[in-house]
Design a protein around this ligand. Structure first.
Ligand SMILES: [Fe+2]
Ligand SMILES: [Fe+2]
Length: 316
């Protein structure tokens, strides 16, 4: 990493342990030290699908509106659940699932949904077994860094101001640090996906404004935006309907921000009989209407400003 990320806020675990302070650069040496620190600690591992009600919650998401058509193929759904059954996590990571379920149910449902969507799309788009394994490893934790964002910001019912946007954007770097620490590997697909899932192919994303060229992360990014658009949020009286959400994604793909073939694959799952994604194109005609009172917005990423942000207490 030539230009290391700098943390705007501290990264703390759920128990309040500070892993890195605000202002830390996520250089190779810093990450090496962090992983060295984690190396002395061992955690028991369990299957994610056997933790709490994760399996039942996932099935509920897949079988209800707005996802029942996308996950309507029972054979494909069975394959997905089988793949998900293999995913194991150490207890601190399972605790993060538990935290979201108890304190921020939207994020809990969103994380599980993006997990399922990523695997569904990856099965069509990725042929290489190792890359597919990376997708399975990367998909279930993309927003874990939100434990370092005040719950009040994650659940705010009105548009975020610039300061709140900065706090929210911290979740990408925070997720990278947390997952590198718990998985003991800074290049683990889960850690790099947490860091890069808001980056865009044209460099318009954050936190590093890189031109994203990572198949797995690009798939997560599309699932992430799609779910954000079609899910009901407290600040949005109505969510996007499927047609308008897919139009929005197609516009973003055409502008070069996200991958067109990933979007086309998603479109194919929204069509009757699920045609092959290579045969799917979205009409250039815009027929959908974004919901009234829509506050879907890009966010302004944070920049480290010591005097300005020291009093913030993310995670509270
Ligand atoms: Fe995110
Ligand atoms: Fe997300």
């Amino acid at each position: 990493m030539n230009n290391p990320l700098q943390l705007c806020y501290p990264v703390k675990t759920l128990t309040g342990r500070e892993l890195l302070p605000a202002g830390a650069y996520l250089s190779r040496d810093t990450m090496k030290e962090l992983i060295h620190l984690a190396g002395r600690e061992t955690y028991p591992a369990r299957k994610l699908m056997e933790f709490a009600a994760v399996a039942a919650d996932l099935q509920c998401i897949c079988n209800k509106q707005p996802y029942c058509r996308i996950f309507s193929d029972p054979v494909r759904q069975k394959e997905l659940l089988k793949t998900m059954q293999q995913v194991e996590f150490t207890q601190p990571l399972l605790d993060i699932y538990g935290f979201f379920k108890a304190c921020d149910p939207y994020t809990y449902r969103h994380i599980l949904t993006v997990f399922a969507l990523t695997l569904l799309l990856a099965q069509d788009l990725i042929n290489d077994r190792e890359e597919l394994a990376r997708a399975v490893a990367a998909a279930p934790t993309h927003d874990f860094g939100k434990i370092c964002v005040p719950v009040a910001v994650c659940k705010k019912t009105t548009p975020l101001n610039l300061r709140e946007q900065a706090l929210l954007s911290h979740h990408a770097a925070a997720g990278y640090v947390l997952l590198s620490f718990y998985l003991k590997e800074a290049e683990h697909p889960a850690a790099t996906t947490a860091r890069d899932h808001h980056e865009r192919r044209d460099g318009s994303g954050y936190p590093r404004q890189i031109t994203l060229r990572n198949r797995v992360v690009e798939i997560v990014a599309v699932g992430d935006v799609f779910d954000a658009l079609i899910s009901s949020r407290p600040y949005r009286p109505q969510s996007y309907d499927l047609r308008t959400a897919l139009e929005e994604l197609s516009l973003q793909a055409r502008s070069g921000a996200i991958s067109e073939d990933v979007v086309n694959t998603l479109i194919s799952y929204n069509r009757e009989n699920h045609p092959c994604h290579t045969a799917c194109r979205f009409s250039h005609e815009l027929r959908g209407t974004p919901p009234p009172g829509n506050h879907y917005q890009g966010i302004t990423p944070c920049r480290y400003e010591p005097a300005d942000i020291q009093e913030e207490k993310p995670g509270v």
